[in-house]
Design a protein around this ligand. Structure first.
Ligand code: HXC
Length: 260
């Protein structure tokens, strides 16, 4: 499918999806949300793709939020629908079986930070700034940010960030556990791809199940999570990946996983 606001490049089992509206600092309008939704479904089904990297076009922004110019004239029902739509799209990203890494190359604000938080983990450039400036517009986060941020860093830090509207540098976000690692801007994509390719070379089904166990386990009582983990662990022993991975170890060679 052809996208107007997205660039998609696939190589060595890694897809790089770039939000591409640099003239608006990659702000998410309705059209872009529709395209993201199509892209996520397409990438989930594409057997060539094992890992997804999400980033923003240009040097300044990952995504500077939902499109304020589009939102400015929305009625309450319009705004409600817009929030539900964004949540649906970002939940589709969160629920992808394939691992997703955000390469936060600049401003990740409002809906842009919500997009990054929907990814499995974040790498960021030294110049990136993260925040929820919605209160400066008289609104609040609406694409899942209140829920995901508070669950990730706890309500105290989430309250501070969301109530103040202030932006924090990538280094501080790393200290809070929002960003996994910070790289010089010119190295960010290469470092992200290096990690994505390393993940892509592992057993895809095991990674998908681990992602499932981590995500669903957090919503369960711990012992239920343990039971779920053990059940998925057992299922993996019926896969070609398990046979290949363990045979490779015994034969002292590198595993060649073929499944996806
Ligand atoms: C629409 C945006 C935009 C946005 C930037 N632009 N952010 N357009 N929506 N979120 C546009 C500007 O209008 C401008 O275009 C161009 O991008 C460059 O931006 P500047 O402001 O000139 O750049 P700069 O001075 O460097 O400032 C960068 C910035 C600032 C600090 C990131 O752009 C900014 O504060 N942007 C808004 C950030 C924000 O509040 N995000 C949260 C949105 S609410 P023109 O053509 O005008 O020159 C949200 C809610 C999500 O995300 C949930 C919804 C349900």
């Amino acid at each position: 499918m052809e996208f107007k606001n997205l660039l998609l490049e696939i190589s060595e089992s890694v897809a790089v999806l770039t939000v591409n509206r640099p003239q608006s600092l990659n702000a998410l309008n309705s059209e872009l949300l529709n395209e993201l939704e199509c892209a996520f479904y397409q990438l989930e089904l594409d057997p060539e793709v094992k890992v997804l990297v999400v980033t923003g076009a240009g040097e300044k922004a990952f995504v500077a939020g939902a499109d304020i110019k589009e939102m400015a004239t929305m009625t309450p029902p319009d705004a409600h629908r817009f929030a539900l739509k964004g949540q649906r799209v970002l939940l589709a990203l969160e629920k992808m079986k394939k691992p997703v890494i955000a390469a936060v190359n600049g401003y990740a604000l409002g809906g842009g930070l919500e997009l990054a938080l929907a990814c499995d983990f974040l790498y960021a450039s030294e110049s990136a700034k993260l925040g929820f400036p919605e209160v400066t517009l008289g609104i609040m986060p609406g694409f899942g940010g209140t829920q995901n941020l508070a669950r990730l860093i706890g309500p105290k830090r989430a309250n501070e960030l969301i109530f103040s509207g202030k932006m924090i540098p990538a280094q501080k976000a790393e200290g809070w556990g929002v960003v996994n690692e910070v790289f010089p801007a010119q190295e960010l994509l290469a470092k992200t791809l290096e990690c994505a390719r390393a993940i892509a070379s592992q057993g895809t089904i095991g990674i998908g199940y681990a992602k499932d166990a981590i995500a669903h386990g957090l919503d369960m009582a711990k012992e239920d999570g343990f039971r779920y983990e053990a059940a998925l662990f057992g299922v993996l022993f019926g896969t070609a990946d398990q046979k290949e991975g363990m045979a490779a170890f015994v034969e002292k060679r590198k595993a060649n996983f073929r499944s996806n």
